[in-house]
Design a binder for this molecule. Sequence first.
Ligand code: EPU
Length: 440
Amino acid sequence: MSDSLVIKGFGGKRELDGIVRVPGAKNAALKAIVAGILFRDELTLSNIPEINDIEKIFELLKEMGGEVTRLGRGKYTVFIPKGFSTEISPAIAKRMRASVVLTGPILARFGKVSFPHPGGCIIGARPVDFFIDGFQKMGATVKVNDNMYSVTAENGLHGAELFLKNQSVTVTETFIMAGLLAKGTTVIKNVAMEPEIAELVNFLNKCGAKITGAGTPTITIKGGKLLSGKGKLYKTMPDRIDAGSFLILGALAARELHIKNCNPKHLEALIEILRQAGVSVETKKTEIIVRAPSAIKPIDIKTHEYPGFPTDLQAPITVLLTQATGESKVFETIFEGRLNYTEELVAMGASITVMDPHRILVHGNSELKGRKLTSPDLRAGLAFVIAAVVAKGESVIHNVDTTIDRGYENVEKRLRAIGVNVERVLVVPETPVVPIAPKD
Ligand code: EPU
């Protein structure tokens, strides 16, 4: 049994208007919650998005001995006691790839951590070599047995100089947290510069950490004691991928869409590209106003670490390019499995040539037709929502609870508020669809 979204498309007409409010960022909130391991007391967090991935990370922390209390909508406390488990079981890791960021703070605080080797996931191989290499450089011993890594640092971690071969987001965050409780100074070079990292660092510094350089290619962490959350409140920054996804939807189908509670500065790469494609985008301090143009110009896209074009918006922008007046190239440089969704777009009527696992040609001028769609991952899921709105006829997007709901809060409620004809249904195998009450 799983949830599906049924969407009746506009067939290319510009029918949407109104306001979309952007929730807190999934990929910021997840790491702030995990950072609770570095606190000797309670950590209070706000503007936490109500999405499946957040529910899962709270469940994991509770299963491992953590205490999580919901104070109200989006507001929680997290407390990690001394007896917290140091084993990230395969069952846990399988449920959530991001659980790998637990390794750094657990190892730094408790002197050991064990975790499984993650298999390849739908968006491509997700290696852990940077994690292993960094832990060893910080003085830990790593043993591999039955696909499980056992990492120990009986006398604690020591500071080290690390150079990341790729600007990995979760690796950067893991070693910031590991370095925080290590003896001496840790310097990480060629780090990721995503704004979620700077936000985490700013908050940790408010709570007693000594970290400099976030937002630049080199981060330096002076090791010290457990932090204190007393009198501090973490407020999650707006989700730039959620905002960007609605911005692309607006660029295709809106008379006028106001995207509120966002930070346009975090979306410069997308805004620049949309403007070059002829879309009217106006920015204010915390709001973006978008109007679909009468014609979209073709434009080439290359995903890149921040501040470049985010891989998490690659599938949504490809849908936009199917409606452009000519041919565009899309080059996905981060993950090799992140173009898998294009087959479904082609089945809807898009004209796309796959050049290799990283590159496609989008020929544009396509009339999309509604159909049944199964998304390979959450970002492609939202891309299918956009395609379904643009298409002629009805689309049914399956497996919403394991894809779109992982990262987009109240998706159908927010879509409906701007004029999308969308309904959530429960699909029971072998039986007809059963409408269910909208979640709020
Ligand atoms: N990499 C290695 N070795 C490692 C770790 C990473 O080679 O030990 C490589 C990866 O294979 C990849 C590159 O480094 O080619 C960059 O991947 P990164 O590690 O930055 O990805 P991530 O940290 O696992 C985060 C987000 C992703 C987002 C990417 C890129 C979280 C929980 N996940 O993943 O978000 O796409 O950064 O911005 O923060 C999503 O939200 O849908 C999502 C997948």
